[in-house]
Design a binder for this molecule. Structure first.
Ligand SMILES: Cc1cc2nc3c(=O)[nH]c(=O)nc-3n(C[C@H](O)[C@H](O)[C@H](O)COP(=O)(O)OP(=O)(O)OC[C@H]3O[C@@H](n4cnc5c(N)ncnc54)[C@H](O)[C@@H]3O)c2cc1C
Length: 424
């Protein structure tokens, strides 16, 4: 592999959604030299599409959340991607999972009441956890905890209520038939990305910032750092002078754990409608959410999070499959066991360059997102999903922070085109 020896205007660290967003914005300016340094042998980071059985599977991000406000919706369309707009049936999955319509209505009402209690709690001066607003002994408390592990990657007692309510969700969710990962592969085509180039040190004592990678040293005027908070908190990248404030802010925004297990479903299994959702158990924290025959495919996608996911990751795909098979047999009958087989799975906490799935804020740490994002010395800029004030934990949130960091870097270089130049 070629040794890197270069001097650029802007170096971007990480080729995930944020890094690709930053490089795209810098590339559009046309007057700056750019190099993206990526540790893995592929782009996309936590957005990764695989195809082990003739149809695409998203190991990480799948949904264009807030699709009507998501810049990637328009980009996907303009690049010719087929966008699937049917709304997911997330609200009526209880009735399909053995609960009565009355029970489901009670669950929906409880979620609404919890939403109001969370907003009230967030307006108080002291931050606290989502668990603190639960009704003691509430009928749905365990399911609320399970859904927190799916949405936040962590149980309710770990999550800041102030941060939680800052997340914006327009309620519109779309999917790309080809897979979300393919979109980032496409956007990054032609971008100057150096793969298998993990960064270990950033020295900004000199006129140029010196970036040490296993493939050599790169000098840059400006640097955009988009690595996950798990990497910053563990100080996998050393800064000189050190940046203890960044490591602390990153530690306040740990990555929760969410994983997927993909199961093949034999075509001969009758009577299952496509694109329905099931929940394995409505009274356990340790349960999975199931997407059955998504996009009419002969498959079931299983989704699970929190401490439960971390433990299953350690046990491996066999344990994930055994758990899912038991829950599916309870829901759909024992015959299902003969019709399913494991296809693929993720283990994001064990992934060396992610070390988790997406960020949440610990109680008392909601303002760490702004602390993490603040530039250093007008030369080091920070981006990534954890830096998003309102779309954190998502691919579009990450992408938008990359664009914002690119614009800040360009402005500091005096290269951000003015409105007059753009329209001239
Ligand atoms: C199971 C799962 C389901 C999800 N579902 C959705 C969804 O449906 N919709 C949605 O919008 N979001 C979803 N997400 C979240 C979304 O994938 C992430 O928020 C987003 O992709 C993060 O992008 P990023 O650029 O901030 O970070 P990353 O994608 O992690 O990119 C950072 C890059 O930096 C690289 N890197 C790390 N350390 C170094 C180093 N030292 N040197 C060089 N490079 C380094 C990494 O390899 C990586 O490529 C999901 C995530 C998971 C795991």
């Amino acid at each position: 592999m070629a040794t890197l020896r270069s001097e650029v205007d802007v170096a971007v660290i990480g080729a995930g959604a944020a890094g690709i967003g930053a490089a795209r914005r810098l590339g559009r300016e046309g007057r700056v030299s750019v190099l993206v340094l990526e540790a893995r042998d592929r782009v996309g980071g936590r957005v990764h599409t695989i195809e082990p059985a003739g149809f695409p599977l998203d190991r990480g991000a799948e949904w264009l959340h807030s699709a009507d406000r998501n810049p990637l919706s328009g980009i996907a369309k303009s690049l010719g991607f087929s966008v699937h707009r049917r709304p997911p049936e997330w609200t009526n999955r209880l009735r399909r999972s053995g609960e009565t319509l009355e029970a489901e209505a009670d669950w929906v009402a409880t979620r609404e009441t919890q939403g109001q209690a969370r907003r009230r709690a967030a307006s108080e001066s002291d931050d606290r956890s989502l668990a603190s607003v639960l009704v003691p002994g509430g009928r749905w408390n365990r399911l609320l905890d399970a859904t927190s592990t799916w949405g936040n990657g962590a149980e309710l007692d770990r999550v800041s209520v102030k941060d939680y309510v800052r997340y914006e969700d327009s309620g519109v969710n779309w999917r790309l038939r080809a897979g979300y990962g393919r979109l980032f592969e496409r956007i990054s085509k032609g971008q100057p990305v150096a793969l298998q180039a993990p960064v270990s040190r950033i020295d900004y004592t000199g006129r140029l910032v010196r970036i040490e990678t296993t493939r050599g040293i790169v000098a840059a005027n400006r640097v955009i750092i988009t690595v996950p908070t798990s990497i910053l908190a563990a100080e996998v990248i050393r800064f000189d002078p050190p940046l203890p404030d960044k490591a602390e802010a990153a530690a306040g925004l740990p990555l929760g754990v969410d994983d997927k297990l993909f199961i093949s479903l034999s075509d001969s299994f009758p009577g299952i409608e496509p694109d329905i959702y099931l929940v394995g158990s409505t009274n356990s924290r340790e349960t999975m959410s199931y997407q059955v025959r998504p996009l009419q495919r002969p498959a079931i996608y299983c989704f699970f999070g929190g401490r439960f996911a971390a433990a299953l990751e350690r046990e491996g795909e066999g344990a994930m499959f055994a758990f899912a098979a038991d829950e599916l047999a309870r829901l759909l009958g024992n015959d299902i066991r003969r019709r399913i087989a494991p296809l693929a799975s993720s283990a994001w906490q064990q992934d060396a360059w992610a070390r988790g799935s997406y960020s949440y804020a610990l109680p008392g740490h909601a303002d760490d997102r702004a602390r993490l994002t603040a530039p250093v010395d007008d030369r080091l800029f920070f981006a990534g999903e954890a830096c998003s004030p309102n779309f954190f934990s998502t691919a579009h949130g990450a992408f938008m922070t990359g664009v914002a960091a690119a614009e800040a870097a360009l402005a500091s270089l005096g290269r951000l085109a003015t409105e007059a130049e753009v329209t001239a």
